[in-house]
Design a protein around this ligand. Structure first.
Ligand SMILES: NC(=O)C1=CN([C@@H]2O[C@H](COP(=O)(O)OP(=O)(O)OC[C@H]3O[C@@H](n4cnc5c(N)ncnc54)[C@H](OP(=O)(O)O)[C@@H]3O)[C@@H](O)[C@H]2O)[C@H](O)CC1
Ligand SMILES: [K+]
Length: 568
């Protein structure tokens, strides 16, 4: 089934890049900021000779002194003709966030002052941290500043390691390339959109960067090794054709502080950070922090600094390894405009494990609901949340032995009705009628049960984690321990039902299981661990709570007839 063309509910959106109503609004706002002079008083950037840019593909940054060949760099240059003219023409310094805030840079800042600040800081960072952070800091510049930088400064570029291309990203990007068609293919580069799915062997010169054999770039972590079947990332590593953009990047550096893990500035495409963690690695006990970013739009030349990090001046200083923090402190951003999502989240009530179980009991005893009723609505809300953010594609649902698994079985059926191609991984099938009936219903909807989790997980566009919910406790037992390892390592986006499996219901991933869902669908009321969720989409489902109880639990309002509401 085609991915990335249209969602199940008819909206056109990109896989990994769907915008909710709220984020669409902010997206529009950002485009406006890029497109015309704002009230910030920023001077207009120098005019750009678009014709020259289009014909010559000038480099965004000078070639790095240490690595890539000139030929490899020409691929990077090819990204420029795809840039939207309106963005290039009058771009002020803009900070963007994936949570709805967008605003001009600090008052009085000019591309020039930003460039010199970031450049000098970046240089010192280069010494301490290597080029990886350097690139991240440099790309906090707007396209205007980046153009300025091009002509006046010499920055080494940094290969961010990209771990994964999905066909979703391919489809998301292919229309852009088809219509703009500006990138001349390399002689050995495939030209059609299917090229995205095809691995391209990295040259020897870059393999130490793109691959896993560079402890400096991988944070010494074998966990970050590129996946044998994942294509390398030609663009980011300056390896290949410009029409290949990773859908997900992973940035790791042991020197990154916890609080800046949410910073994502991946140039020139628009990425949003999905997770950052400091995990004791199982293999060698070393600590690392890593950030991963998902492609959210294929419009190039929109560098971004997420406000979560941007609001913390000291965090920026840390990532830049800045010696003069007073300089950075002048870069304070205006407070974010509260969005309904923010407001909802701020007032959200979070439940501990016991409280969640008691609510469940109350619903079924005091209020007379049958589990089947609740589960149907819970699973339906999961399917609807998914349909709001991910276009129809292949979805693998991983089903656990309890009611969380039951929600997954229900969701599988509804997703199938919505046009998704669904399959189940269901290694422990309890004999209870409740589950047997749900499985039978999946069967008559032609939803197969698969056994090879690794293969299925890799070949799916989305994974639903319905393994454990609010009754999870202790360390993960077989066969789910292995299953969670596989889910942790796969690059397919994950939607967790109620609780990211393996996470402590209240304290999050204390066991270092490492599951980092892209979406969390909390049910009834978010549980405490949801505070630590930092994927892209947080929804609430289970629209069955009677009004008095809803008031007591501070259940957010659901819009219209929706079965789910986006919290963040
Ligand atoms: N009101 C609501 O919000 C509703 C939520 N629903 C969903 O139900 C789950 C909670 O379901 P529950 O059955 O209570 O629990 P779980 O799905 O979390 O799983 C229990 C099973 O998991 C096994 N388990 C527990 N810990 C481990 C572990 N460490 N390793 C392996 N297996 C584990 C457990 O086995 P036991 O032997 O310990 O009993 C159970 O088999 C909630 O999160 C929502 O998703 C309802 O659908 C509707 C109402
Ligand atoms: K789960």
């Amino acid at each position: 089934m085609a991915i990335g063309s249209a969602s199940a509910n008819g909206r056109s959106t990109s896989f990994n890049g769907g915008f909710s109503a709220g984020s669409t609004a902010s997206f529009v706002q950002k485009r406006t900021l890029f497109g015309r002079r704002t009230s910030s008083g920023l001077p207009p950037p120098p005019p750009l000779n678009l014709a020259a840019a289009h014909s010559q593909c000038p480099p965004l940054f000078p070639p790095p002194p240490h690595s890539a060949s000139t030929a490899a760099f020409s691929a990077l240059r090819c990204t420029k003709p795809q840039t939207q003219p309106s963005q290039l023409a009058t771009a002020p310094i803009v900070y963007e966030s994936n949570s709805g805030f967008s605003g001009p840079g600090p008052a009085g800042a000019t591309p020039d002052s930003m460039v010199s600040l970031l450049t000098s800081n970046s240089r010192s960072a280069a010494t301490a941290n290597g080029a990886q952070l350097l690139f991240n800091s440099a790309v906090t510049l707007s396209s205007a500043a980046a153009r300025h930088l091009e002509g006046t400064h010499s920055l080494p570029t940094t290969p961010l390691r990209a771990l994964h291309h999905t066909s979703g990203a391919a489809s998301a990007l292919s229309p852009l390339h088809k219509t703009q068609g500006a990138c001349p293919p390399r002689s050995n580069a495939p030209t059609s959109s299917s090229a995205f799915a095809q691995p391209e062997a990295p040259s020897t010169a870059m393999s130490s960067i793109d691959g896993c054999d560079s402890p400096a770039l991988s944070g010494g972590s074998p966990k970050h090794c590129s996946h044998a079947n994942s294509p390398r990332t030609p663009w980011i590593t300056q390896q290949g054709a410009c029409n290949r953009v990773p859908s997900r990047l992973e940035i790791s550096d042991p020197s990154i502080e916890d609080n800046i893990g949410s910073m994502s500035s991946v140039y020139p495409y628009n990425y949003s950070i999905s997770s950052h963690i400091r995990t004791p690695l199982r293999s060698n006990g070393k600590e690392e922090t890593r950030a991963s970013a998902n492609l959210i739009s294929a419009i190039p030349c929109r560098p971004m600094l997420h406000t979560k990090a941007a609001r913390s001046v000291s965090a920026i200083a840390d990532i830049l390894n800045c010696t003069d923090r007073s300089e950075l402190s002048r870069m304070r951003l205006p407070p974010p405009t509260p969005t309904s999502a923010h407001a909802q989240r701020d007032h959200t009530n979070y439940l501990g494990q016991k409280a969640a179980q008691l609510v469940d009991v109350d619903l079924m005893s005091k209020h007379g609901y049958a589990i089947e009723q609740l589960m149907e609505l819970a699973g339906f809300s999961v399917a609807q949340s998914i349909a709001k953010e991910y276009p129809a594609g292949k979805v693998l649902l991983c089903i656990g032995p309890g009611n969380n698994g039951g929600d997954g079985l229900v969701a599988a059926r509804h997703l199938k009705h919505f046009g998704y191609k669904t399959s189940l991984y269901y290694p422990v099938q309890p004999a209870k009628d409740l589950y047997k009936n749900l499985l039978h219903q999946c069967d008559i909807h032609h939803i197969p049960v698969v056994t090879d989790l690794t293969t299925e997980a890799k070949s799916s566009d989305l994974i639903v984690d319905a393994i454990f919910g609010f009754s999870f406790k202790g360390s993960v037992r077989a066969p789910f321990d292995q299953a969670l390892d596989i889910l942790r390592d796969v690059n397919t986006p994950i939607v967790s039902v109620d609780i990211p499996s393996g996470w402590d219901v209240e304290h999050g991933d204390v066991q270092g299981i490492g599951l980092r869902p892209d979406m969390l669908v909390s049910l009834t009321v978010p549980k405490l661990c949801a505070k630590q969720f930092n994927g892209r989409f947080h929804y609430l489902g289970g629209r069955f709570v009677p009004p008095d109880m809803a008031e007591e639990l501070k259940v957010p309002k659901y819009p219209g007839t929706d079965q789910c509401v986006r919290l963040a």
